[in-house]
Design a protein around this ligand. Structure first.
Ligand code: BGC
Length: 778
């Protein structure tokens, strides 16, 4: 239903996602897939005129609020600045009426601009050409620019446009804001204040409009309106045939959560700043603001630019789409914020951060922009506060990270009740917040990955070691002694495969906990020997001497499930004994979770059915602990039983397929991952795009097809390009320096841009690269 073959005005291809026919059915998909954002805020791309079924969302990162005791903290849906009510000769304009020609709604990924254009025939002889443009500035994070252009093709017409700031929105009914003050300055500058009900975050939103006819400013006093949760102006005028009206709108969004106000906040000062910024932006106008925004995006593409020469142009577009959304959703400006599982593109998962960030998205930043990777890990450092309280509340020691995280001090925010249970008719209980515990070692793993790839010692000294030590303290307190077996177990958990709840010894969880404790012991010894002062600091803070004794006594007794005679590692204690059913009817369906039309979660829990990569994830993260034979045997066994009902599944399988050298399978899975948001399934992205999968798409290309890995602190490159790819080139940061990697079926070229020597393994051979080197691709 979306077209990917359109070019930009300068002829560039592979940058445009286009909806070619207006469809009420695809409202939500286009709103999410074409969402705009700059990491500070995210704006869902609902049309200016309103439609039944639309979701108008504006989220500002980090502004979490808890609606009431029965709900968890979520990102509140701030006032809408995009809606415009347009009337032609007194009648409400809508694409549902009249005749629509030459329609297209496009997201230009290169300049991050949404453009909607069409010709509309009113049905009573009037015809108008509309163009709407919109961006969320990457240059000035607080600004949103909008532009409406209407040309009268057959007139005359009387046109009116009402536009303003509309806080009559909610999060699916939960109203997160108190009614606030509203005002219009000089008949031009609109201001609306809203404050969240529980977290008391103030939002000040300003907006202004500039009207022109045929390029000339029109001094037209608007009708002004202030209502409940709303401030607006309406411009009305007559237009002759051939005349063109343009309306530039700019909006400024600030909140008391903004870093600049931390410890130094006053509402009057924030209001003054908004007005000031708004007035300057108003003077500049859409084109000037947009060109600065486009220049900021040009830098993004210069920094992250990836080249793919493929027989299928969609491959490059799919990767660019992923990078576009990663930039739009990542709060690069503020280490107190994480990345939501749907980015900032929808209400899904409430803006909460999961292991999605550390395991699926962080690798992109570690290797493409280590500073941002560090900021994301600092967010987890700040989250130690919530993690420590969660451990305490559950009777454990150390830091037990929340499965879902919001503001760093919030602790666990996973909702308790979910979708309908088709057997009981009640809501299904969500156990993840209680017993999906692998997130704690996933974060420790990410810290280690970041450190080994970047060599950022300062980070470790200030933040990283503390995370690794205190998470290991948690795991040591979490282990359960099984007297009969003479081993430590981790029972009653949910592993990555969320279709198995309350299981004992989920292999992923046990191995990762073991990894976490082993790592803490290694760093303990290194610090004790080499950095006595730092060691003393952490010893005092976390009582490391005692912790080490406990780790040492337990580590080798942790039960790590081993391959059976068929080389299969049991996913948990009972998985392999469960019933096997034919899953064909439930695989790759229009909507994920189709198995729940026939079974409830308890029933699915009693069958060998997996939601997503579980042991496969373990093979990817701790790859040199398992032999290639074991990996392949388990892949074949478990993939058959995996529904890929989580978007986190396909990319991991694709990377493993690349590792096996199965290029066709790896490519097919990569393609399916790119289709999660961009494919024809019309409801796949209603609640927002799939952030982890987007990180996974980059991983498929760089860690899968190019075979980039950090193993034992060494960089490895072992490319296996898909058959129809002639080239894959990308930047890669390693130990603080930027490398440019370019791969063809014949050659691998590596260039260290600062001219510093680098050593790495290319197809398993240790190589020294002085500044540029070319190796044969095997
Ligand atoms: C997956 C989790 C994931 C979460 C957020 C769930 O459906 O099973 O692994 O963390 O979605 O993306």
């Amino acid at each position: 239903m979306l077209n990917y073959n359109k070019t930009l005005p300068d002829g560039a291809s592979g940058w445009v996602v286009t909806e070619e026919r207006f469809s009420n059915l695809a409202l939500a998909k286009c709103e999410a897939v074409m969402a705009l954002g700059n990491g500070y805020m995210g704006l869902r791309s609902a049309a200016e005129e309103s439609y039944v079924g639309e979701k108008r969302n504006l989220f500002v990162n980090g502004t979490f609020n808890r609606f009431d005791e029965l709900e968890v903290s979520e990102l509140p849906n701030a006032a809408d600045v995009t809606r415009m009510d347009i009337r032609i000769d007194g009648k409400c304009f809508s694409l549902d009426q009249g005749e629509v020609k030459a329609y297209s709604r496009s997201l230009n990924l290169r300049e991050a601009e949404l453009v909607r254009t069409f010709i509309w025939n009113s049905g009573d002889g009037k015809e108008l050409e509309f163009t709407f443009r919109r961006f969320v500035s990457l240059d000035q994070l607080h600004l949103i620019g909008l532009k409406l252009e209407v040309k009268v093709l057959r007139g005359p017409v009387h046109l009116s446009v009402a536009s303003g700031i509309d806080a009559q929105v909610s999060n699916s009914g939960s109203q997160h804001f108190h009614e606030g003050e509203k005002r219009i300055y000089d008949k031009t500058f609109l201001e609306l204040i809203q404050t969240t009900t529980e977290s008391k975050v103030d939002f000040v939103i300003g907006a202004s409009h500039k009207l022109k006819v045929d390029g000339g400013t029109v001094d037209l006093a608007p009708a002004m309106e202030i209502d409940r949760r709303k401030v607006a102006v309406a411009y009305s005028l007559n237009l002759e045939e051939g005349q063109t009206l343009t309306l530039d709108k700019v909006a400024a969004v600030y909140t008391s959560r903004d870093k600049q106000f931390a410890g130094n906040y006053s509402l009057p000062a924030m209001r003054a700043e908004v007005l000031d910024v708004l007035k300057t932006a108003h003077e500049s106008g859409y084109e000037t603001l947009f060109s600065k925004h486009a220049a900021a995006w040009a830098k993004v593409w210069e920094n992250y630019g990836i080249t793919i020469e493929s027989g299928n142009p969609f491959d490059l577009l799919g990767v660019r789409f992923a990078l576009y959304h990663l930039v739009a959703m990542t709060p690069a400006h503020d280490n107190r914020m994480g990345i939501g599982a749907k980015g900032l593109s929808g209400e899904g998962y409430k803006g909460h951060s999961f292991w999605d960030t550390e395991i699926f998205i962080l690798p992109f930043y570690i290797y493409s922009n280590p500073q941002i990777a560090r900021s994301l890990l600092e967010y987890r450092y700040l989250g130690l506060e919530g993690a420590r309280s969660k451990a305490k509340e559950n009777g454990y020691a150390g830091a037990m990270y929340p499965w879902e995280a919001a503001w760093p001090s919030d602790g666990e925010v996973t909702p308790v009740w979910g979708a309908v249970d088709i057997v009981t008719g009640e809501q299904t209980k969500i156990w993840s917040g209680f017993i999906e515990q692998h997130i704690t070692s996933d974060i420790a793993y990410a810290v280690w990955h970041y450190f080994r790839a970047t060599g950022d010692v300062d980070f470790m000294e200030d933040y990283g070691y503390e995370i690794i030590f205190d998470t290991a303290v948690f795991w040591a307190s979490r282990l359960e002694w099984n007297e009969a077996q003479g081993r430590y177990e981790i029972n009653e958990v949910v592993g990555p495969d969320e279709y198995k709840e309350h299981v004992d010894n989920n292999a992923f969880t046990n191995y990762m906990a073991h990894f976490n404790i082993e790592l803490a012991m290694q760093y303990y010894k290194e610090l004790e020997q080499n950095q006595p002062e730092l060691f003393a600091r952490y010893n005092k803070l976390l009582n490391l001497h005692e912790a080490y004794g406990i780790w040492e006594s337990k580590l080798d007794l942790i039960y790590l499930p081993q391959p059976n005679e068929r080389l299969i590692i049991p996913q948990d204690d009972t998985y392999l004994q469960k019933e096997i059913i034919d899953l064909t009817p439930y695989k790759d369906q229009e909507k994920v979770g189709s198995i729940f039309n026939d079974y409830n979660l308890d029933q699915v829990g009693n069958m060998q059915i997996s939601k997503q990569a579980d042991i496969m994830m373990l093979f990817f993260l701790l790859e040199n602990k398992f032999s290639p034979e074991v990996k392949r045997a388990n892949y074949d066994y478990y993939e058959e039983k995996t529904l890929h009902d989580s978007s986190l599944s396909l990319s991991t399988h694709s990377i493993l397929a690349s590792d096996f050298g199965d290029k066709t399978l790896a490519y097919r899975l990569f393609q399916r991952a790119t289709e999660i948001d961009l494919g024809p399934k019309v409801h796949s992205s209603d609640a927002g795009i799939h952030a982890a999968s987007l990180g996974g798409i980059w991983e498929c290309a760089v860690m899968g097809f190019a075979g980039v890995r950090m193993l034992d602190g060494q960089l490895h490159l072992a490319p296996k390009l898909p058959e129809h790819w002639d080239k894959l080139a990308f930047p890669l940061y390693w130990q603080g320096q930027r490398l440019e990697i370019s791969i063809t079926p014949q050659e691998i070229s590596i260039c260290s841009t600062a001219g510093q020597p680098v050593s790495l393994f290319v197809h398993g051979q240790l190589q020294e690269v002085q500044s540029t080197a070319i190796f044969a691709n095997l």
